[in-house]
Ligand binder design. Sequence first.
Ligand code: GLP
Length: 241
Amino acid sequence: MNLLVVDDEVELGSVVATEVAKVLAAAEFATLGLATGSTPQPAYRALIQMCRDGELSLANNNAFLLDEYFGLPASHYESFAATIQRDFVHGVDFPNGTVKSLDGMTDNAAATCLDYEHAIQASGGIDVQLLGIGRNGHIAFNEPGSALDSRTRMVELTQETIAVNGAANFDQFQPTHALTMGVGTILEGRYLIMMASGPAKATAVQQALEGPVDSACPASAVQTHENVLVVLDRAAAAQLS
Ligand code: GLP
């Protein structure tokens, strides 16, 4: 595992965007795994800037989103599908329809999740997977207790995750469940880039990187992957020995 501790979010964004650009430059066609949340925002801004400057194109690429709230249509402002569109996709040149997300309105979650696994495989697998980390050590929506070989599935969210993710912004809708790529699905990505920033992530980062590989901290699974870059700001790295 490679670990980089950076000074601020601009540097975090630039380091991650440069890594993603390297993967894209080395492949004729590459598949990205995208995370929502606040942490990857600087990286998305940096990638958008690279596209605007003509240094990068995503015209030969596609992407899969890690997760989605169950019960929320993609058209809802707070859906991850809508969020990634606003935060990243609108500013780059993926061909239309090539950024896939899980259907939060499905009436057959098992089939939707299996189809998603098949679609990832059909695209050749994920070449570079961006990941944040939850305060409780979750990756995507794999909450503590998620099997490290879990696949894409419906999960129940913890009260902490619901609260931290700002359920108050959802109007009448209170998310209790989500569809998420499994830990095992994520580990099949060829290159994982995990990012964390801010003091609220310091304990989870320490457990994920220095604690036992255990489903109590799903992010600890990255220790088992042979091609991982972890990019932290100083506050998120504060508890590392
Ligand atoms: C959410 C997402 C994760 C994300 C995590 C951290 O629950 N499902 O993919 O990594 O929260 O979010 P943030 O980066 O906003 O702290």
